[in-house]
Design a protein around this ligand. Structure first.
Ligand code: PLP
Length: 409
C-alpha cells in the first residue's frame, strides 16, 4: 500500500522533465510544465501547421475543459467562464455588478495581489464605488477584522484563498458563511491555491472565484477560469455582449438579434470571442491528472512536503515566517523574519546571501516581500527537501564561520 502510494508520486514526477535539473520549488511563480500538456499542445500545433484544424473539435475540447475545471472545484459547467487571467476574471465579474454611487468593497490592499486590487479601483473611477481596506496582522487577515469592516454599503468582500506572500491559507468557508448571512458577495482570488488546495466552491460559499492556469494547473500563461455562482450570475450584466456570451443556435459567425439576445446561461455570459485554444488544450490533461490523483490526495501530499520542509528549516534555526506549521500553513513556505511591501528584493542581507547560495546551486525558488518563497506541487518530493536543507545547513555553517556574506546587523 505504502509502496504503491509512493510509486504513484514517483511516476507523477517522471512526467515533469524539469525535475531532473534540481529542486524546482516555485509553483507560486509558475509550475514546471507537464509532459501530458506538452504532448497535447504539440498535437495542436501539428494541426495548425498542416492546415487540418478541426474547429468543432476545438469547441468540444473547450467544453470538456470547462467540465473538468467544474469537477475540480465542485460546481456545474454552466458556472465556469473562460478568461485571460485572474485580473480579467475579477474585473469581468465586478464590472457585471450594477453598482450604486457610495457602494464599497472590502479588501486588504497590503496582502492582495495587484490582480485583486487594481480592478476595484478601476471600477471605482467609473462607478463611484469605494475600496475599504483592512489592515493585516503579521501577514495574516482574520475573518473578524474583515467582517467588522462590512457596513450597510458593502456589496463585495474579496480575499485570496492563499496569499502570494507570506503564503498563508485563509479560512474562506468561515468568511463565506458570514458574507452569505449579510447578503454580501464573496469574491476569491484562487491564483495560488487552485490545483493544489482541494477546492469546494459550495463549501466556501463563494460567489465568484478567479484562477489562472500557469501555477497549480501546470499550463500556459494567458488563460483563466472564472466561477460565478449560478444564482448570482443570472443578475449580472457583462460589459461585453459577445458571440459566445449569448444564447444563440447556429453557426458561430451568425448574428442573431443583438438587441434582445439573451445572456448565456450562468457564467457562460462572461465568455467572449474565440478561446485561447492552445492554453485550453494544454490545461485539459493537467486537470485530468489532478482529478485522477484526487484533489484531496494532492493537497495532503503537497501540504505534507511543505510541513516537513518547515520543520527542517526551523530545526536549522532559520526563521520561517509564521512559525511552526499550523492552520495558516499551505504549500507555500516563506523564509525570513520580516515581511515588506517590496516584492522582489531581499532587503535582509542574510536572506539575500542564502538566496544567492541556493540559486547558485541550482535551486529554483522566488523572492516576494522580502521573503524567500518556496512552493511545492505534485512533482516535488522529499529529495528536493533533502537537497535544499543540505544547502541551507552548509550556508548556516559558513555563516557561523563568517563566510556566508554579511549577517543581518
Ligand atoms: C494571489 C495572486 N493573484 C493573482 C496573480 C496573477 O494575476 P494575473 O493572472 O491576473 O496575472 C498572482 C500571481 O501571479 C497571485 O499570486
Amino acid at each position: 500500500m505504502v509502496a504503491s502510494h509512493s510509486s504513484r508520486w514517483a511516476d507523477v514526477r517522471t512526467q515533469f522533465p524539469g525535475t531532473a535539473a534540481g529542486p524546482y520549488i516555485d509553483v507560486a511563480g509558475r509550475s514546471l510544465f507537464f509532459e501530458g500538456g506538452r504532448a497535447a499542445l504539440n498535437a495542436h500545433l501539428d494541426t495548425l501547421t498542416a492546415g487540418t484544424v478541426n474547429k468543432l473539435a476545438l469547441f468540444e475540447t473547450v467544453e470538456e475543459t470547462r467540465r473538468l475545471f467544474a469537477s475540480l472545484i465542485r460546481c456545474t459547467p454552466d458556472e465556469v467562464a473562460f478568461t485571460r487571467n485572474v485580473t480579467d476574471g475579477i474585473a469581468a465579474f465586478a464590472a457585471g455588478i450594477e453598482w450604486k454611487e457610495g457602494d464599497n468593497v472590502v479588501l486588504c490592499e497590503e496582502l492582495e495581489h495587484p490582480a485583486n486590487v487594481y480592478p476595484w479601483f478601476g471600477l471605482g473611477r467609473k462607478f463611484g464605488l469605494r475600496v475599504k481596506t483592512v489592515a493585516p496582522e503579521g501577514g495574516a487577515l482574520s475573518v473578524e477584522r474583515i467582517v467588522s469592516a462590512i457596513d450597510a454599503s458593502t456589496r463585495v468582500v474579496t480575499i485570496s484563498s492563499v496569499s502570494f506572500a507570506p503564503g498563508f491559507r485563509f479560512p474562506v468557508a468561515e468568511l463565506g458563511a458570514e458574507c452569505r448571512r449579510r447578503g454580501v458577495l464573496l469574491v476569491v482570488d484562487a491564483a495560488q491555491s487552485i490545483g493544489v488546495v482541494d477546492t469546494n466552491v459550495v463549501a466556501w460559499q463563494a460567489d465568484a472565484v478567479a484562477a489562472s492556469t500557469q501555477k497549480g494547473l501546470m499550463s500556459l500563461y494567458g488563460l483563466g477560469f472564472l466561477y460565478v455562482r449560478r444564482e448570482v450570475a443570472e443578475f449580472l450584466k457583462p460589459t461585453y455582449l459577445s458571440r459566445f456570451g449569448v444564447e444563440l443556435d447556429g453557426h458561430e459567425a451568425q448574428v442573431g438579434d443583438p438587441i434582445s439576445a439573451a445572456y448565456g446561461v450562468g457564467a457562460r455570459r462572461f465568455d467572449v470571442g474565440n478561446y485561447n485554444f492552445p492554453a485550453v488544450i494544454t490545461v485539459a490533461p493537467a486537470l485530468r491528472l489532478l482529478l485522477d490523483l484526487g484533489p484531496q490526495e494532492v493537497q495532503s501530499y503537497v501540504f505534507d512536503l511543505a510541513r516537513k520542509f518547515t520543520n527542517r528549516i526551523l530545526d536549522l534555526g532559520l526563521p520561517v515566517f509564521g512559525g511552526p506549521p499550523g492552520a495558516h500553513s499551505s504549500h507555500i513556505v516563506t523564509v525570513g523574519a520580516d515581511i515588506s511591501d517590496n516584492n522582489d528584493v531581499v532587503g535582509n542581507l542574510d536572506m539575500s546571501s542564502l538566496y544567492q547560495h541556493l540559486v547558485a546551486n541550482g535551486v529554483r525558488l522566488s523572492i516576494r516581500r522580502n521573503l524567500l518563497r518556496f512552493s511545492f506541487h505534485i512533482y516535488n518530493n522529499e529529495s528536493d527537501i533533502d537537497v535544499v536543507t543540505a544547502l541551507m545547513t552548509e550556508w548556516v555553517k559558513r555563516r557561523a564561520h563568517g563566510a556566508a556574506g554579511t549577517a543581518n546587523r
